[in-house]
Design a protein around this ligand. Structure first.
Ligand code: UFG
Length: 346
């Protein structure tokens, strides 16, 4: 065994794929998740892929005492990867206190517990949302681009969390941190045993698209074709979920093996390529042979026109690179949607 890792939010979309990659790399994984946006069947999927069922605790990390008890039951955890968070942008505007309470308390509790249990590092899942709409000279976005005022309470929690981690480490906390700023994670594990399971009507592009292709939704609304982009639709950097998961393993190795003198490091995780909504729809149709009924509608409030990563720092310093093509990634998302149909889940 390489070491023992706590994956907070490990049954969620990114957490489950990361658990698989950690186990494949030889780590032992303990998951804590309150199942507020995931379910226990995810553990079956992880076990099918890796042959190992991670230890699991259904628990709310906002409860400090209970979390401490779990950590006492699981001695020897070397590091934590913190995914557990509420993440629906629209909901955060309506329920800001839910977002501040969930996303801030969880981080504060974890940082408080880490020294007690001698944990050496925390990988934190942040988001490109911290850059807002970068000014043209900052595209593609590097980690040095200015942080813009958040457009939603969700985005604000990511910014505040980054600051909480940095302040705690600057104050002398005995651990390291790697903050990963994700661009737009999409797709599913190629086995289709795990993937994204949106709650209710999907808010994000790819789950809505695959549900439309399946006939669950009538048509996909493309939010705006009058942006200042080549085809008028918004541009994002869509990153394969397994590629993204692998970066967490590298980040954890880096901290546990003391490969860097820096106590806090920040990395963008993206492909470096911007793709428009309409291009993505076309790529999906070509890759799967399945048509996606879609129509252009008005802009979605709060949407950023265009953003994509400069991932050079992660490429050079971590030795990590996004590898899976957009077409293969969209095919994996489709395979996962087919798997959900087989299981009778819509
Ligand atoms: N889009 C559509 N139709 C849809 C859904 C989305 O055209 O039905 C467009 C959006 O307008 C946007 C692009 O597809 O141009 C991507 O939208 P997503 O909702 O999938 O993702 P966002 O780029 O809006 O990112 C948001 C937050 C991130 C967060 C991410 C995942 O800004 O912080 O969702 O939850 F990480």
């Amino acid at each position: 065994m390489k070491g023992k890792i706590l994956v907070a939010g490990g049954t969620g979309y990114i957490g489950s794929h990361t658990t698989v990659e950690l186990q494949k790399a030889g780590y032992e994984v303990v998951i804590i998740d309150d199942l507020s946006n995931s379910n226990l069947e995810v553990l079956d999927g992880i076990e099918k892929i890796t042959g190992v069922r991670p230890a699991f605790y259904k628990w709310d990390l906002k409860d400090l005492e209970g979390t401490r008890k779990i950590l006492q039951e699981q001695p020897g955890i070397d590091g934590v990867i913190l995914f557990a968070a509420s993440k629906a942008v629209g909901e955060s505007v309506k329920l800001p206190l839910k977002y501040y309470r969930n996303n801030l308390t969880t981080v504060i509790n974890m940082l408080e517990l880490m020294p007690e249990f001698n944990m050496k590092g925390i990988v934190f899942s942040s988001s490109c949302t911290v850059y807002g709409q970068p000014d043209p000279q900052y595209l593609p976005v590097t980690e040095e681009a200015p942080i813009k005022p958040a457009l939603s309470p969700y985005g604000n929690t990511k910014q505040i969390n980054e600051e909480i981690i940095q302040d705690t480490i600057h104050a002398g906390a005995p651990f390291k941190s790697i903050i990963l700023r994700y661009f737009n994670p999409i797709g599913a594990h190629p086995s289709a045993e795990i993937g994204e399971l949106p709650n209710g009507v999907p808010q994000n592009l790819v789950p809505y698209l695959t549900q439309t292709a399946m006939g669950i939704r009538k048509e996909l609304s493309v939010f705006g074709d009058d942006y200042n982009t080549p085809d008028g639709s918004c541009i994002r950097d869509y990153i394969n979920i397994v590629d993204l998961a692998k970066a967490h393993v590298i980040a954890m190795d880096r901290m546990l093996e003391n490969k860097s003198d820096q106590k806090v490091e920040i990395f963008n995780l993206g492909t470096g390529h911007g793709v428009s909504v309409l291009e993505l729809v076309r790529t999906f149709e070509k890759a799967t042979g399945v048509k996606v009924p879609h129509k252009i509608v008005g802009r979605r409030e709060g949407d950023i026109e265009k953003v994509w990563a400069n991932p050079e720092k992660a490429n050079k310093v971590l030795g990590w690179k996004a590898e899976v093509s957009l077409a293969d990634t969209l095919e994996s998302a489709w395979k996962w949607q087919l798997h959900l149909r087989e299981k009778g889940i819509q």
